[in-house]
Design a protein around this ligand. Structure first.
Ligand SMILES: [Zn+2]
Ligand SMILES: [Zn+2]
Length: 266
């Protein structure tokens, strides 16, 4: 069984699942380990408090439960921070002040809009909107590098008017390659996020082609995440992951402890 390194509990603004229920389900599914990655998105449009995180409460509850279940499962302390160039100092400050095992940097807000809402797509073609999303990853990488993996790098296709019907890696390979090269040159990784399967895309985020391209370009660090916000979604479709990764050329996947990558044989 595989580690699930991306999940949320009620400390995240969009989950009401108690942390303990998430842990019990992970034990029930016989996972060797999990990492909580609660949301923190500064300057979230329209409702700036929506994805703020009570870090002290989160930390205290986390360590209580980690101790309680220490003989049953490894549990790591992580965060999924929303990246936008102008909030880099605030993000750095949080990361400096808490003992995270793992930091996912994600694009949730692009130029003031979350693609989750249709307003992001207003006045542009779907391809233009997707391209804008991939370009904004480079803008984030120029401003901020204090993360371990970049989250769900084609998250935007979950929400386009046609989702992934007309989307493929080839169409955006110039800009996606730039993103991947930059991530690799910074010594950072990416994740394979099975939320895409849950959203009915038939693919993880990012797609298999992008995972393969990342490996071809020299990428070695890849974490696995369900992006579960409820217990039943922990390790969602993880039975598909080994073959996707092996087909892409990976022999190992990655788990972060104390911000250091550890490689586990597939
Ligand atoms: Zn996310
Ligand atoms: Zn997430």
């Amino acid at each position: 069984m595989l580690w699930d390194s991306h999940m949320h509990s009620f400390f995240s603004g969009d989950s009401d699942s108690p942390m303990e229920n998430m842990i019990l389900e992970a034990i029930n599914k016989k996972l060797p380990g999990i990492c909580f990655t609660e949301h923190l998105d500064y300057d979230y449009p329209d409702s700036p408090d929506m994805f703020l995180l009570d870090l002290n409460k989160y930390k205290n509850e986390f360590y209580l439960l980690k101790e309680k279940y220490i003989s049953k499962i490894q549990i790591n302390f992580g965060i999924e921070i929303g990246l936008q160039p102008h909030i880099s100092d605030k993000n750095n400050n949080v990361i400096k002040n808490y003992p995270f095992d793992f930091v996912i940097g994600s694009s949730h807000v692009v130029h003031g809009f979350d693609p989750y809402y249709s307003t992001f797509f207003t006045g542009k073609s779907e391809d233009e909107a997707y391209r804008e999303y991939f370009e904004s990853i480079l803008e984030n990488l120029d401003a901020f590098t204090n993360f371990d993996v970049y989250g769900h790098i084609d998250y935007v296709v979950r929400y386009g008017p046609n989702k992934n019907r007309f989307y493929n890696y080839q169409k955006f390979s110039d800009i996606i390659d730039e993103d991947l090269r930059k991530i690799i040159s910074l010594g950072k990784g990416i994740e394979i996020n099975t939320g895409g399967f849950k959203y009915g895309l038939g693919h993880p985020n990012p797609t298999e082609d992008i995972i393969k391209r990342y490996k071809e370009l020299g990428g070695e660090i890849i974490t696995l995440g369900s992006d579960a916000h409820k217990p039943e979604h922990i390790a969602y479709d993880f039975n598909k992951l080994s073959s996707i990764l092996v087909n892409a050329g990976f022999k190992y996947y990655t788990v972060f402890h104390n911000r250091k990558p550890h490689f586990i044989k597939l």
